[in-house]
Design a protein around this ligand. Structure first.
Ligand SMILES: Nc1ncnc2c1ncn2[C@@H]1O[C@H](COP(=O)(O)OP(=O)(O)O)[C@@H](O)[C@H]1O
Ligand SMILES: Cc1ncc(COP(=O)(O)OP(=O)(O)O)c(N)n1
Length: 274
């Protein structure tokens, strides 16, 4: 018997420690029942203690990876993660315009947990002006939303304002993640849909330092669920439940901010017939 799994694509950086970036995306998509392909934009030497080094891929090799994938696979949804610098962001934008790779989920990764920059300052405006308008969904954390909108986010009113500003700038749907609101007992995320409807995804804050790769995991899960044919709302809700479980049922790896447990199942998976 030959099985037919939906195919999705991650366009991002590697993490040698396996917790974030492309490894987190691939593990998440695999666990969500989706075949994953990848465009490697940058390679990082990284572990749970931080990023030790990073090297961007040559532009030509980025173009070639897109061409290889587009000429052979049938990608139903794609996501971006670490894009490094202006040359790489422009290369990714160019290729996203050239090929039909399905709905685009933009995780505007800027800074790793330990403080290392994964996107140079001079690339932020290019993400804002050229990548964001292509996004079916953008998934910034609070500091990323501040950078992209210029709004100094202090409370839930500011979060809503920033989400509306991102929509005005061209992203269709917004998931503004609240993981960085560290003085809160909650890990609440705000969602603004294309049609103007909105909702809060509420969750208790789990007391753990093992949250390496949370942003990658939720955006990869949403990408996988979209590739499977779920609606944006369903995909986001599954993404939130999945990331919460991966944090809650943690695993022991490394000596710093450990990775998530991508093996978890979420309620309803057994009856998911899409
Ligand atoms: N300690 C935590 N407990 C529960 N959920 C969390 C925790 N930290 C992050 N999350 C959730 O993980 C997802 C990723 O959020 P965030 O950490 O803000 O993104 P990023 O990894 O891009 O910085 C969000 O749904 C957020 O609410
Ligand atoms: C190669 C690479 N890509 C992305 C990240 C950031 O991942 P994120 O999910 O935001 O997790 P933390 O770095 O905040 O733990 C990364 N570190 N490396």
């Amino acid at each position: 018997m030959i099985n037919d799994y939906p195919q999705a694509l991650t366009i991002a950086g590697t993490d040698s420690g396996g917790g974030a970036g492309i490894p987190a995306d691939v593990k998440t998509m695999q666990m969500r029942g989706v075949y994953s392909a990848m465009v490697v934009v940058a390679v990082t030497a990284q572990n749970t203690l931080g990023v030790q080094d990073a090297f961007p891929m040559p532009e030509k090799l980025i173009d070639e990876q897109f061409a290889s994938i587009a000429s052979d696979l049938k990608i139903r949804a794609c996501k971006t993660g670490m894009l490094a610098d202006p040359i790489r962001v422009k290369a990714v934008v160019r290729n996203l315009k050239k090929y039909n790779l399905g709905p685009l989920i933009v995780d505007p990764v800027m800074v790793a947990k330990g403080g290392a920059k994964l996107l140079s300052d001079d690339a932020i405006a290019i993400v804002r002006n050229e990548l964001l308008p292509l996004a079916t969904l953008i998934t910034p954390n609070i500091p990323e939303a501040c950078e992209l909108t210029g709004i100094n986010i202090k409370d839930k009113t500011d979060i809503k304002r920033a989400a509306h500003e991102l929509q005005k700038r061209g992203a269709k749907n917004i998931l503004l993640k609240g993981g960085h609101a560290e003085n809160s007992q909650k890990a609440d995320d705000y969602v603004l849909f294309e049609d103007g409807n909105d909702m809060w995804l509420t969750a208790p804050r789990i007391n753990t330092k093992n949250t390496h790769g949370t942003g990658d995991t939720i955006s990869a899960c949403i990408t996988a669920e979209i590739a499977k044919g779920h609606s944006m709302e369903q995909a986001i809700m599954i993404g939130k439940t999945y990331v919460e479980q991966t944090i809650k049922e943690g695993i022991h790896v490394g000596h710093g901010h450990g990775p998530l447990n991508h093996w978890v199942k979420v309620k309803g998976d057994e009856i998911d017939d899409i």
